[in-house]
Design a protein around this ligand. Sequence first.
Ligand SMILES: Cc1ncc(COP(=O)(O)O)c(C=O)c1O
Length: 447
Amino acid sequence: MIVESPIESASRVATGADRWAWWDWWMDRKRRWVRDGDRQLDEGLFRAIAAGTGLPPIYQRSNFAFRSVRDGADRFLGLTKRGERPFARIYTRFGNPTTEYLERVLFQLEAHHVVEKALAENEPEATIGALIFGSGMGAISTLALSLVRSGDAVLAGSLYGCTDSLLRALSRFGVEAVFCDMGDLRSVRRALDAHPNVAAVFLESPENPTLRVADIEAISRLTEERGALLVVDNTFCSPYLQQPFRLGADFVVHSLTKYVNGHSTSIAGAVLGPFRFMKGDFFNWYKDLGATPSPFDSWLNSMAIQSLAIRQKEQCASAERIAFFLRHHPAVAGVFYPGFADFPQAELVRRQMRNGGAIVSFDLAGGQAAGERLMNYFARRDTPMELAVSLGSAISYIQHPASMTHAAVPEADRLARGITPGLIRLSVGLEGPDVLMDHLDRGLAPA
Ligand SMILES: Cc1ncc(COP(=O)(O)O)c(C=O)c1O
């Protein structure tokens, strides 16, 4: 009997074409029309798609009556009916017409270029599928479970705290979470070389909360060569600032709770990825894990997405002014903002993002005590921001990553990623920069 060491067997774990029936099909589509260099969706077109052509009614129901036995049987076979997606109108955990509308709008915003090119080549089959979830974590956890098997590794950058702890928890199923600096290509290459069993790479760009940017295009080339899949969490950008499929991502995930909702009224998430997988294996995970969105929340998000571009553009313009203001403030030791011309990765930001975004992180010269003073100032009801986690809302939020969003990340990892005790994250809302700067100045005044 030959006894294999765990390392040897891990290095022979099947990836890419050995593993996924759709790999060659997807790589062909990626080469021909998904990867699209660094172009952005034209802003006018973005606004027109987002505005949509008729918000659907709220189908606030759990199930749907079939028109006949044949109709019910066809739906359970996943046959598409009259423009609905497969498995529509069976049971809301399988799909709901209000939610389907949001799936279509989000798909167009992330992948409009794919539709254009596929139509030009008379492609009859969809290339990318989209599914909406009851939360961003519902989307991420369903995707993570669907992509891994025992013996795999997942490679991750600095991720949102719950995504980080989810990937670490996969160890109980024999899946190792490996971490690297996604802002440094050599670090990514080294990690992939050292772990040939990496099945999927999870990254956020810009990273939360240090705003370091990952070169999505270059990383996608590395994952493709090694038969691994690249998952990009596009929550911080929304499709308005960045469309990762154009840069070679295989999957795009979102917490729609943030910029898409934009008003802090509900929790939701999304996964977009290769259509054959989304319609097949992944759909089973979607319906069996059951992180279903409520039709009402899908309707709220379908309405809110109509103004996404306008809101986010205004938020980004305010954030840029506030970032400069903080940079020159004597109480501030350092500001992280991808929109600065001298941001260490400014060239990469110009290539893959529409602008520098609406999140600003900063370190206070007075450390944690000064940070607590500032955040407690904004905890008061008579100030224009809220001391709260989350981001992307019309309301500005200030928070302390080390004790809040990233508290679940082990302290040593937090410090290695630059999440110091004095780091503060600001999500700029729609109050207007003058009011916010005035109050920041008051909150930063010496005790
Ligand atoms: C980058 C990122 N991804 C995912 C999530 C999780 O999303 P949700 O809270 O909608 O489950 C968050 C939440 O803060 C986030 O910031």
